[in-house]
Design a binder for this molecule. Structure first.
Ligand SMILES: [Zn+2]
Length: 320
């Protein structure tokens, strides 16, 4: 009852003061300020400085998820930095939306090709990261075995510096539901869609911890609806891909997701180069795709071929 009175009181106060902004808008403004500060950091210069100073430890990992990136978008896109990491291919995502897909990846179940017997390409044949405590043990072809409740906890136990950043709402660390995804990172920031802010955060923290092996995670949001990036010549408020709506646009969805991926590729270039030239490992994949009107469906969170098929590319440091 008391909370209803508080709400009414707040509403009267806002009306009297001429303020009608919602709590969502205030939260947005807070994130906007945080992001502008982070995006102002010259992340490209830091990546170059770190490389000039000898690079990252070769046992480090850079793990990037391109949120909602469809395989055909990836295939069409001009993305030389990401595509240059290694042989890229069409894989099946471990789940239909962000939370379970990342939960699966954070225990080593990366996207895979079910028909392949090749380790890593099919995580059932050999994993990039194998939880050392899972019943059934590991495979000879696993790249790395990690202890703990998930790979982030495991890398912490192994003495790594773990830093992460997420754009999708499932990574909002102000919400308790996200704890299993974000709770184990030593440093983490939720930015909403803003890769420039994410890179500022990640690289400035990496610089502080450059004497340690690193596990760096970036969940890229530009490829997630509404498909927007800093400086894009279209409005962030126009979402061409909304579930159950009749006025969506397949053309805009396809074109904008591709342009957002191409923008992300340009921004990610320096950090990818830093890891590759250090001889460290890089893993980049989609967490799920999106429907763009196929079978009358839009976005993700349900089973559909366009939701399950994602790009996967990696370069792993050779095991000793
Ligand atoms: Zn997602």
């Amino acid at each position: 009852m008391a909370s209803i009175f508080r709400k009414i009181k707040r509403k009267i106060k806002r009306t009297l003061m001429g303020k009608s902004e919602s709590s969502g808008a205030r939260r947005g403004a807070r994130i906007g300020k945080q992001n502008d500060e982070l995006a102002a950091i010259d992340s490209q210069a830091i990546a170059e400085q770190l490389l000039a100073a000898g690079g990252v430890d070769p046992e480090s990992y850079l793990f990037i998820t391109l949120d909602s990136c469809r395989f055909d978008t990836f295939e069409r896109a001009e993305a030389p930095n990401i595509k240059g990491v290694g042989d890229w291919y069409e894989a099946e995502a471990p789940a239909t939306f962000t939370f379970p897909s990342h939960m699966a990846m954070f225990i080593g179940f990366t996207p895979g090709v079910a028909a392949s017997k090749e380790p890593i390409k099919n995580p059932k044949a050999g994993r990039i990261w194998r939880m050392a405590n899972l019943a059934g043990g590991g495979k000879r072809n696993d790249h790395c075995r990690v202890p703990g409740r998930n790979i982030i906890d495991g890398f912490n136990q192994m003495g790594y510096y773990t830093v992460g950043t997420g754009a999708a709402a499932w990574f909002n660390d102000k919400v308790v539901t996200t704890k299993p995804l974000v709770g184990d990172f030593q440093d983490f920031v939720f930015t909403d869609i803003d890769l420039d802010a994410q890179l500022g955060f990640v690289l400035s923290n990496m610089k502080e911890q450059c004497d340690k092996k690193q596990f760096v995670f970036i969940n890229v949001g530009e490829t997630h609806v509404p498909y927007h990036h800093r400086g894009a010549p279209w409005s962030v408020d126009e979402n061409p891909c909304v579930p159950f709506r009749d006025d969506n646009s397949r053309e805009k969805s396809q074109e904008r997701q591709q342009l957002c991926l191409e923008y992300s590729d340009r921004q990610l270039g320096p950090i990818i180069k830093l890891f590759l030239e250090s001889g460290a490992s890089v893993v980049i994949c989609g967490d799920h795709g999106d429907c763009h009107g196929e079978d009358g469906l839009w976005a993700h969170g349900f089973y559909h071929e366009k939701v399950m098929k994602v790009p996967m590319v990696y370069h792993l440091r050779p095991n000793d």
